[in-house]
Design a protein around this ligand. Sequence first.
Ligand SMILES: Nc1ncnc2c1ncn2[C@@H]1O[C@H](COP(=O)(O)OP(=O)(O)OP(=O)(O)O)[C@@H](O)[C@H]1O
Ligand SMILES: [Mg+2]
Length: 248
Amino acid sequence: MDNPILEIKNLQKNFGNQQILDHFSLQVEEGEVVVILGPSGCGKSTLLRCINGLEEIQGGEIFLRGENISDRQKNMHEIRQKIGMVFQSYELFPHMTVMENLLLGPIQAQKRKKAEVEKEAEKLLDRVGLLDKKNSYPRELSGGQKQRVAILRALCMHPEVILFDEVTAALDPEMVREVLEVISDLAKEGRTMLLVTHEMQFAKAIADRIIFMDGGKIVEENPPEVFFQNPETERAKQFLHVFDYEEM
Ligand SMILES: Nc1ncnc2c1ncn2[C@@H]1O[C@H](COP(=O)(O)OP(=O)(O)OP(=O)(O)O)[C@@H](O)[C@H]1O
Ligand SMILES: [Mg+2]
């Protein structure tokens, strides 16, 4: 890879004396969709949180377009504007309307003009079928609607990379699809994204590359057609077997 947009080099993350990420390295190309799979507790969320500057790291470096963003002297607020993150639990502000949630970051952190951001937010809401909810409060929305708003909130910041951590895991099955459709559209637009998901069919369809983690390391890395049809490692075979079993 000549010019990765995101580069993680030898990342080390411990919680107490437990090593979570063990010299983890990864390069992501601009426009690439990387899906991270792995058993519960293997460090997927921790990895995304480290990239987004939400966790202290004990070693290694993270570069965004060649700039070292893991340097603690850096302004984390600025980095979080460039790297958006969407969580399982939406994390919308309950006392603010949908529109107010969307405007907050661009106006407060990026000092953009309200009228301009509002116009953009309306366009995005319209695109995901939620324009009529712009003055609603999060409690008045379904889980799938809340998650679509949370994705738009990340988009309103014009991030260079978006991280998704199991964004459909808390949703009822009928709401999963509407959220996955929004993410698929973003992939088609050429957005650079890292996704953690347990939706295997979705992973297969959307990923340019699958990263399979275990024990804080990458165990296998392959295009989805190889990973799902012909995994190289025993560990990945076992993992996929469990999913097939559960799906039945
Ligand atoms: N704040 C914390 N303090 C201490 N240990 C933590 C903390 N957060 C995570 N861990 C531990 O780090 C390990 C990795 O957790 P992480 O949440 O990254 O796993 P994961 O791969 O996202 O799992 P899941 O698929 O269940 O979401 C786990 O052993 C977890 O208990
Ligand atoms: Mg997790």
